[in-house]
Design a protein around this ligand. Structure first.
Ligand SMILES: [Zn+2]
Length: 398
């Protein structure tokens, strides 16, 4: 299985300049490829293949307009095309209905103003972690790294990221062996909510920690402050940087919280069941923003890859199961329960339910049932890649 490890980078002024050039060139390679495919489509020509696009990039470097692309690692440019190809494949699969989850939009042009700039180097770009702890990047130099924890194995690629707050990160992909934890007979259903971040079927309620709430408050204040500043003023620019910093702080605080909670849940339970987030049906409601802020999907992905890594069972339980309205004691559907209803009494058996704990109990029961069915059928091998936004260390990439 593949895991991602992220560390803070501290490039000097010259290295930062070289990185800016590399981000820019990768962006141009990406945008040129996208423009070429768009033009072909509009002219009614066939889709330009990955190989053809790559050949065109190599040819473009020999023209005066694009000669400057040769100043950066060609691997980083080819990886930008690989990103474009992946974006297209995901889009096509989504259109054809072969992809789960929300519909994917066609690739968009990258902008100099995007809050996140990134380039990827693979093994054949000959990036190296030097004995002195620096990261040698082709045509950039030896960049100092803050090793917040050891890299467990030789990395197969590294993505260098600059976030909106101007911080640099190196995100390594490493091949890791599963490390099964000793078995336990505990299982756990998790209901993700807005009043509490998570509620477990044993009644435990987990709220987001104070340091995260404080960071979120500070971000809101910074955002309000920014909205009051005059367009184009020097003060507005200062306020914008403050918002970016506060935002970066919230992102890493939230990630830290998700990491701790997902590690605890996976360590303490043989199986963890979570409701498929699509079930919540909140994606297109006014709650969507809070859902997005809560970072449920990032958290669920952490549970998934940690389960694969530590030999635990993880399951997103079935769609369209009304976990909030079915009584976990007798199984009777008690009818719709608006979000404002926190407690209810089952009309059939008289059990008094906490809304979220009842949902978590239903999720656990559903998970057990689905796990049994899966064991009867085929078991999918565990192969999970930590998602791109996922960072292992405390000060991960934003
Ligand atoms: Zn009941």
């Amino acid at each position: 299985m593949q895991l991602r490890y992220t560390y803070r980078l501290y490039p000097d002024a010259g290295q930062a300049q070289a990185l800016a050039r590399a981000f820019g060139c990768a962006r141009v390679a990406f945008n040129d490829g996208l423009a070429a495919r768009n033009a072909a489509r509009e002219a009614g020509q066939p889709y330009i293949t990955d190989a053809e696009l790559s050949a065109r990039l190599t040819a473009a470097k020999k023209t005066p307009e694009r000669a400057w692309l040769a100043e950066v690692s060609s691997v980083a440019l080819q990886q930008a095309l690989a990103d474009l190809n992946t974006a297209y494949r995901n889009f096509f699969a989504s259109v054809a209905g072969k992809r789960k989850g929300p519909k994917i939009a066609p690739p968009r042009f990258r902008s100099r103003k995007d809050s996140r700039q990134a380039i990827r180097f693979t093994r054949n770009a000959r990036f190296t972690v030097l004995d002195n702890g620096r990261l040698r990047l082709p045509k950039v130099g030896d960049v100092p790294v803050r090793w917040s924890r050891p890299l467990p194995a030789e990395p197969s690629s590294v993505t260098v990221i600059k976030d909106a707050a101007g911080r640099y990160f190196a995100s390594f992909v490493v091949q890791a062996c599963p490390e099964p934890l000793p078995e336990t007979d505990r299982e756990c259903g998790v209901d993700l909510g807005l009043t509490h971040f998570a509620v477990l079927d044993d009644g435990t309620k987990i709220s987001s920690p104070r340091f995260l709430r404080r960071a979120e408050k500070k971000l809101k204040r910074a955002q309000r402050n920014l909205s009051r500043k005059q367009q184009g003023s020097a003060n507005r620019n200062k306020a914008r940087v403050k918002v970016a910093r506060a935002h970066a702080h919230v992102t890493s605080a939230r990630r830290d919280f998700h990491h701790k909670l997902s590690t605890t849940l996976i360590r303490d339970n043989q199986a963890v069941y979570v409701e498929d987030l699509a079930v919540k049906g909140l994606a297109r409601t006014k709650l969507a923003k809070s859902v997005h802020d809560a970072g449920w999907s990032a958290f669920v992905l952490m549970l998934e890859y940690k389960a694969a890594r530590y030999g635990r069972d993880f399951r997103r339980t079935g769609r369209f199961e009304p976990t909030s309205r079915v009584c976990s004691a007798c199984g009777v559907n008690d009818g719709p329960k608006p979000l404002s209803v926190r407690k209810w009494t089952c009309a059939a058996c008289g059990t008094v339910h906490d809304r979220d704990v009842n949902a978590a109990k239903n999720i656990a029961a559903l998970g057990r049932r689905e796990a049994r069915n899966a064991r009867g059928g085929q078991v999918r091998p565990a192969a999970t890649l930590a998602p791109a936004g996922e960072a292992g260390s405390r000060r991960g990439a934003a």
